[in-house]
Design a protein around this ligand. Sequence first.
Ligand code: IVH
Length: 666
Amino acid sequence: MIKEQIEALRRELEQHNYNYYVLSQPTISDLEFDMKLKQLEELERQYPEYADPSSPTQRVGSDLNTEFRQVRHQYPMLSLGNTYSEDEVRDFYERTRRTLGGDFELVAELKYDGTSISLTYEDGRLVQAVTRGDGEKGDDVTDNVRTIRSIPLRLHGDYPPRFEIRGEILMPWDVFDALNREREEQEEPLFANPRNAASGTIKLQNPAIVASRRLDAYLYYVLGDRLPADTHLGNLEAARSWGFKTSDAVRLCRSLDEVYDFIHYWDTGRKNLPVATDGIVLKVNSLAQQRALGFTAKSPRWAIAYKFQAERALTRLRSVSYQVGRTGAVTPVANLDPVQLSGTVVRRASLHNADIIASLDLHVGDMVYVEKGGEIIPKITGVDASARVPGSEPVGFIGTCPECGTPLVRYEGEAAHYCPNENGCPPQIKGKMEHFVSRRAMNIDGLGGETIDLLYRNGLARNVADLYDLRAADLARLERLGDKSARNIIIGIRRSAQVPFERVVFALGIRFVGETTAKKLAYAFKSMDALMQATREQLMAVDEVGERIADSVLAWCADPRNRDIVERLRAQGLRMALTDDQLQAHSDRLAGMTVVVSGKFSRHSRDEYKAMIEQNGGKNTGSVSSKTSLILAGENMGPEKLKKAEKLGIRIVGEDEFLAMLSGEE
Ligand code: IVH
């Protein structure tokens, strides 16, 4: 009875998932869906004997970390021959006709620009999802792929008992834009395009995060030995009837003109699609003819990809200006004659760094090519040197900071130039304050870039300690700030005194000290005083702290201006040491030990185990070597690691044993 109820709910939710994510035609509200899903979750919790990895409840992704297993592809994942020219499409067409010695049909499809995936279904259930890898072997990313709502976990209809289906995992443009906005806010590196974002996401170790990234997938190639149709299109249509999302933009072409029509239509039509495409794919429809054509070493002879020309525009370089960021990094930006490109007017383009400028041999006044090609910021990809104005000046790189005049420096091994005037250069000062108040640091609500700019321009705050001297009346006088928001900012500032010590260390904005390093330093030294007195050797003894970070911390601590800021913050009541609770959760039980965590766990997630190891004075590493002291092994620990550990005689413990060690029972 219960079993049937669970099953009925699952079927119903699967159908709603399909309506929403495959057909884009939901028939119930999100709220109703969530309520039904909750109901199912509750039943599955009460009756764990009916658990099923294909249940719609499993799409949220477990928070437990998994390591990817390498899997050999049953059929290698080949690539396609590429061309940018319509003439070469004709060559392909004629070559195919000659080889086949008669008529044939081509299926024209969009070439989706994401990351390819191979899915295996057995008895209608998704059993494995593997990335392309090197084409022979790929990573088993099944747990991550289960979170993609448009990929069915169970099929309906008349499917073969076992088959593979291949397709593309994509991050839709709107999801990509939102993700990058969020990353910008948190000062994390941006993804250059949705393809990188999709492939980065599918390789994340945490399926719950993958689930939150709202990936999509289109399937375009069915493989197996008991397929329903003897044509490619027939199999795609069958796959659609089993519940897969296949593209609507598919056309059966019986002539080259029909192929060209398809190309020309989608060259502009693709700009209105929700996902990125970079060309079209042509495939011989008949599977018998595909077999007759066969493969080269790298790709099938029965298919070809025609790639759309990345849109580019030719315009004049007016000048180069330089922007200074929070870290003092100086970025050159090209100012251009406004030009239309992929539907927007482009006035500026990134030039990245001095090396790029030199390799382009840029001169002021040059006619330059600008491309967008899926990247966020347009870039200059070439120069039309024949149009160069005689006697024009090559673009050099500035020697001094455009904001404060300090001579720039270039650190060894880095492409960027930096302004070293950390405490006197306006964008760096403002950037430090913005970092200090940001969510992961002191998390001061209501204080954004604009307000900080106002505070700075009005002489109300020149460094982070000044923020704590602000009064509501000072703020209320500023343009655009009312009494209420002024009061809220002050409350936010006061409240930030409760932020834990490790986040204070992060908030200080010491160069190269990110969130993780800040935490490690906080736990290693336990107080600001100890950290400020640390020697280079003591700093370098901390996990993941090398020369570069140690020297940066030393230089920061040695600067009397920074010492003054620390004292003022201390006087305002900010936490300058770990609390007793934090200290108690901490032990030296694993001091001096290097631990490898491997496999799947059930009592805590891998990140939690790693945190425990650090809290107990141990060090985490990824690979087994003679330096490894202990291995915490979960289910399915990698066989290579196991072999190596046995050879080196390293002690291996399971979850329970490990937890007992930490609680001092051992
Ligand atoms: S068919 C053996 N169809 O392009 C041929 N591939 O260079 C199997 N791609 O790795 C591929 N859209 O990631 C095919 N409609 C489409 C495609 C497509 C994108 C990607 C795929 C493949 C690469 C080929």
